[in-house]
Design a protein around this ligand. Structure first.
Ligand SMILES: Cc1cc2nc3c(=O)[nH]c(=O)nc-3n(C[C@H](O)[C@H](O)[C@H](O)COP(=O)(O)OP(=O)(O)OC[C@H]3O[C@@H](n4cnc5c(N)ncnc54)[C@H](O)[C@@H]3O)c2cc1C
Ligand SMILES: NC(=O)c1ccc[n+]([C@@H]2O[C@H](COP(=O)([O-])OP(=O)(O)OC[C@H]3O[C@@H](n4cnc5c(N)ncnc54)[C@H](O)[C@@H]3O)[C@@H](O)[C@H]2O)c1
Length: 480
């Protein structure tokens, strides 16, 4: 086995690892980037980009159906599954190609291929070929989709989102388990592309929402279009001919067995921290096995080990992976003189239709941090002018602000243009704007943002009428 010595070792060449590598190099340190799989990142290869490509095809199909609502009739709609998947894969490969080119430009001596595992706090073993001795480390190992063993036992038709982007045709049917972001984005896209889709939710959650009123509207919006079975557990998955027999049980104990070509497990992703030898580092870890770390510096305890991206499970999204990686790489180079990096206001967008966006503090978080001390304003998009014009008048926005200071704290929404409204409101939170100042901003006509103004006016009204109670929070019904 050969031994390599370096100042900084980065484990994982995804988004977090690549930004970490560049930051550590910019800090003047000799840096080694270790990757066990192919280059290209989860985001480009099997994440953000191919999923949005599939959704774009689904939107095109949906527009043809929706057009009849305007009196415009498209004739018979034909979906060519092979052509849909060919475009998804070829455009995806283009995005992956750009990432692979970036990595190819890194000096050969900065890259090592193989699975890294800590043997001690300053030592890694990579496969069975190399020992790496380093002064500082960045763990940027990403996450893996969860598939329960009892489902996996039913064979290769039980899949995760990774497999969807390798299809060369659309299947006849898919059972999707999970109403998180992945289950809803992919489930809706496949349904719009003519696949028979049933989405099973063991509870009542919808993507990242926590506000009970928005959740209720979201459940209705999803159920209006899709076969979503809330409060229905998948209790058995068995091989059946070429496909699967899926048995589910609803809240009333009613069982049902149905056949599907595939079962897509979308029940969450687990951070890749379990085959890393972390027990040999002396780091303190939480009950999920993730090292305790500082969210401003990404430093694990006071060690020379930093953790970034999906691996720390804080906000498993692409922009966060990039920010974490930059902070971790920069601080690995500076160690022991670490400094807080730029953390931004939380913003999460689900590319369902209607889109779902949450920004700033969530309703559930405010019930803990501001019990009885925050006001809520809202707007339904049902009668919102521009939304009705576009036939996209479904959804609700709820906005939150602090009594006394009037500071805008956050919002949750499902509705039209949520990806844009999400940015607008996240910027307002990060700028620390009070609601009055937001209402002084320009609003054009007729725009969906006028709905935001209605919600803010409602919020401003409630801010003036703080209830005369000290606690507990009267508006804090727990999210289901
Ligand atoms: C279907 C899907 C859709 C998504 N859509 C969006 C979206 O629209 N917007 C958004 O913001 N986010 C989205 N995400 C989330 C986003 O893709 C991830 O948050 C982000 O890619 C995580 O980056 P990362 O660098 O932490 O991990 P990764 O890119 O997964 O990189 C981790 C790397 O570490 C390597 N590795 C692991 N263990 C080891 C080891 N021991 N030794 C060496 N190498 C190792 C892995 O092979 C991998 O290459 C989506 C995710 C999925 C799955
Ligand atoms: N647009 C985006 O930004 C985007 C898109 C896709 C993924 N992502 C990221 O990927 C992460 C993972 O997505 P995800 O959808 O897999 O996870 P998730 O955590 O968002 O949702 C998992 C869902 O599965 C349910 N669930 C958990 N265990 C279950 C079980 N045993 N049986 C049935 N249901 C179960 C949960 O209640 C939840 O509804 C997200 O947190 C997100 O950050 C982001």
């Amino acid at each position: 086995m050969k031994t390599l010595r370096t100042q900084v070792a980065i484990i994982g060449a995804g988004t977090a690892g690549m930004t970490g590598y560049r930051a550590a190099k910019a800090g003047g340190k000799q840096t080694l980037l270790i990757e066990s799989n192919v280059y290209g990142t989860t985001c480009a290869r099997v994440g953000c980009m191919p999923s949005k490509l599939l959704i774009a095809a689904a939107d095109a199909a949906h527009m043809l159906h929706a057009a009849s609502g305007f009196g415009v009739h498209a004739g018979e709609v034909r979906i060519d599954g092979k052509a849909v998947m060919a475009r998804v894969r070829s455009e995806r490969d283009r995005f992956v190609g750009f990432v692979v080119e970036s990595v190819a430009a890194y000096p050969a001596e900065d890259k090592l291929h193989g699975h890294a595992r800590f043997l001690g706090p300053t030592r890694l073993q990579v496969d069975d070929h190399t020992l790496v001795e380093a002064e500082r480390f960045v763990i940027a190992t990403g996450s893996t989709p969860i598939v329960p063993d009892e489902w996996r036992a039913a064979g290769p038709r039980v899949i995760t989102s990774d497999a969807v982007f390798d299809w060369d045709d659309l299947p006849a049917s898919v059972a999707v388990v999970g109403t998180g972001v992945i289950g809803l984005e992919l489930g809706q896209a496949l349904a719009r592309l003519g696949v028979r889709v049933t989405i099973f939710a063991r509870g009542g959650s919808v993507a990242q929402l926590s506000d009970p009123e928005v959740l209720e509207v979201a459940r209705r919006a999803m159920s209006d279009e899709l076969d979503v079975r809330f409060k229905t557990k998948v209790i058995k998955v068995e091989q059946h001919g070429d496909g699967l027999a899926v048995t589910s049980e609803d809240a009333g104990g009613q069982q049902r067995t149905e056949q599907f070509a595939y079962l897509l497990s979308a029940i969450g992703r687990r951070p890749n921290v379990h085959q890393l030898g972390l027990e040999n580092t002396g780091l303190q870890r939480d009950h999920h096995g993730i090292p305790l770390y500082d969210q401003q510096t990404m430093q694990c305890g006071d060690s020379a080990i930093f953790i970034a991206g999906d691996a720390n499970d804080e906000r498993p999204q692409l922009p966060e992976a990039a920010d974490h990686g930059r902070i971790a790489g920069d601080n690995a180079a500076r160690y022991p003189e670490v400094k807080p990096g730029l953390r931004r206001t939380p913003l999460a967008i689900s590319f369902t239709e209607p889109q779902i966006a949450t920004m700033g503090a969530s309703y559930a978080e405010l019930c803990v941090s501001h019990p009885g001390r925050f006001a809520v304003g809202k707007v339904s998009f049902h009668n919102q002018g521009r939304s009705r014009v576009m036939l996209q008048n479904k959804g609700m926005l709820r906005v939150y602000a602090e009594y006394q200071s009037g500071r805008f704290l956050g919002a949750e929404m499902i509705g039209p243009r949520a990806e844009n409204i999400g940015h607008l409101l996240a910027w307002a939170v990060q700028a620390g704007l009070p609601v009055d100042a937001m209402l002084d901003m320009p609003f054009y006509h007729p725009v969906v943002e006028e709905g935001v103004r209605t919600a803010l006016r409602d919020l401003a009204h409630h801010l003036k009428h703080e209830p005369a109670h000290d606690c507990p929070c009267v508006d804090c019904t727990p999210a289901p």
